[in-house]
Design a protein around this ligand. Structure first.
Ligand code: FAD
Ligand code: NAP
Length: 378
């Protein structure tokens, strides 16, 4: 196949989770407007000429580090400040933002007085232990057992190891050559009086221009663009928008003739229409044939992407019946399930099928036989 979106990659150095490429951050910009309850970042990373290469639909693996103040607080609580080797090991390899059960049990063993009794009781009860670790980081645990000390060599054995996180790539490789874009929702919450951030999303949010960032490409097995003349329907609320920005860039750049229909949703049109200007521009220039938005909190009742799908059900069925590909990206737990159900309803209602025939059409014909129902959900 000659389309660069699906062509084989040239052979080159292999970067992976164990051997990432040290890239440079180019841009870290907030996509939400002032007043939003969310913090979603547009992250641009420079891969240069020797970094990993990617195609639309791939994900980028990011190897995160802990924030320095959290590392410092942790070492201070243990009286281990000044051990630079330990400091680097903790910063780069051990999870601090979520306490593990092994750590709580070890702290309970070393604690004394009432805090020992309390932590021993929690450790002995699996349900209580689950609840205890759910919203605590390692500093919260140490605050419950003041004065606990460990041998520095023990620390790496007590904490879980940092693993890389994946982010759907939000740019076409030839949109800005040698660069990769991401759309990152920063996980943040406050528990036990302390503000917390997700390990990798917080790490990316803290990066400034020219900072190093270890990355690798995780190739997609299935989430590819279709042949250029085929229509595509893309459902990507929130950060689910990422691969579809890449798809649209790519189809625009390469003059693909297939039509593009995007469903996007987030909380408020005024503050959360991620890349809204770009999509409005594509729509005006005729590259985005349909744009259906669902801003969930702009009215009393929630409106989600699947409601917009239902409203446009007759036309959506027509597109599918004429061979369109159907893509879903974003939240796996609720959104993708509800979108799947909406798709079944639309196929039954507008395709004149029984519920069983609709199930067969969506889950077998579309998904398995013709491979035009594709998901990138997390
Ligand atoms: C293929 C793939 C593609 C992805 N693409 C994207 C993408 O494009 N954009 C994107 O933003 N993400 C994407 N993700 C998700 C991403 O990989 C991370 O999982 C996400 O950024 C959170 O990681 P973190 O390290 O920031 O948070 P972590 O440190 O892993 O913390 C997250 C955890 O914090 C806990 N938590 C959250 N809120 C609370 C609370 N209020 N109280 C207590 N605990 C809480 C939860 O247990 C949650 O699981 C993708 C995932 C996959 C697998
Ligand atoms: N801890 C935090 O601060 C925080 C904040 C936001 C997201 N998150 C998590 O971060 C991840 C990424 O979030 P995101 O920014 O990509 O957006 P998201 O949370 O997936 O939300 C995007 C849009 O989808 C809507 N939505 C909620 N449930 C839905 C459903 N069942 N079907 C269809 N749409 C639905 C949301 O509406 P409503 O929000 O109005 O219901 C919002 O309008 C998600 O896994 C989410 O759970 C965490």
């Amino acid at each position: 196949m000659s389309d660069p979106a699906i062509a084989a990659k040239p052979a080159g150095p292999v970067y992976n989770r164990n051997q990432p490429y040290t890239a440079k951050l180019k841009e870290n910009r907030q996509l939400n407007q002032k007043g939003s309850s969310k913090d979603t970042r547009h992250i641009s990373i420079e891969l240069g000429g020797s970094g990993p290469t990617y195609v639309c639909g791939d994900s980028l693996g990011v190897v995160p580090r802990n924030p320095d103040p959290l590392v410092q607080e942790f070492l201070e609580k243990l009286g281990l400040v000044g051990n630079d080797g330990l400091k680097e090991t903790v910063a780069s390899t051990l999870i601090l933002n979520r306490a593990g059960k092994k750590f709580v049990k070890a702290v309970a063993d070393k604690a004394s007085g009432p805090s020992r009794d309390k932590l021993q009781a929690i450790s002995a009860d699996e349900k209580r232990l689950e609840e205890y670790v759910f919203d605590r980081d390692v500093v919260d645990v140490l605050s419950d057992a003041p004065g606990v000390k460990f041998d520095p060599a023990e620390i790496p054995t007590l904490l879980n190891k940092i693993a890389p996180r994946l982010y759907s790539i939000a740019s076409s490789p030839d949109y800005e050559e040698g660069h990769v874009h991401l759309t990152v929702a920063v996980v943040q919450y406050t528990t036990h009086g302390r503000a917390k951030q997700g390990l990798a999303s917080g790490y990316l949010a803290r990066l400034a221009a020219r900072d190093s960032v270890p990355v690798y490409v995780q190739p997609t097995r299935h989430f590819h663009l279709p042949p250029p003349d085929r229509d595509i329907i893309m459902v990507g609320p929130g950060t689910g928008i990422a691969p579809f920005r890449a798809f649209l860039q790519h189809r625009h750049r390469h003059g693909h003739s297939g039509r593009n229909w995007l469903f996007f949703g987030d909380q408020h049109a005024a503050t959360d229409f991620l890349y809204g200007d770009e999509f409005s521009g594509y729509q005006k220039s005729g590259r985005l044939h349909k744009l259906s938005t669902a801003f969930s909190r702009d009215q009393a009742d929630k409106i989600y992407v699947q409601h917009r799908m239902q409203e446009a059900g007759a036309e959506l069925w027509q597109w599918l019946d004429q061979g369109a590909y159907f893509y879903v990206c974003g939240d796996a737990k609720r959104m993708a399930k509800d979108v799947h159900q909406a798709l079944l309803d639309i196929v039954a209602r507008h395709g004149g099928k029984t519920p069983e025939q609709a199930e067969e059409y969506v889950s077998v014909t579309l998904a398995k036989t013709e491979k035009r129902y594709l998901k990138d959900v997390y």
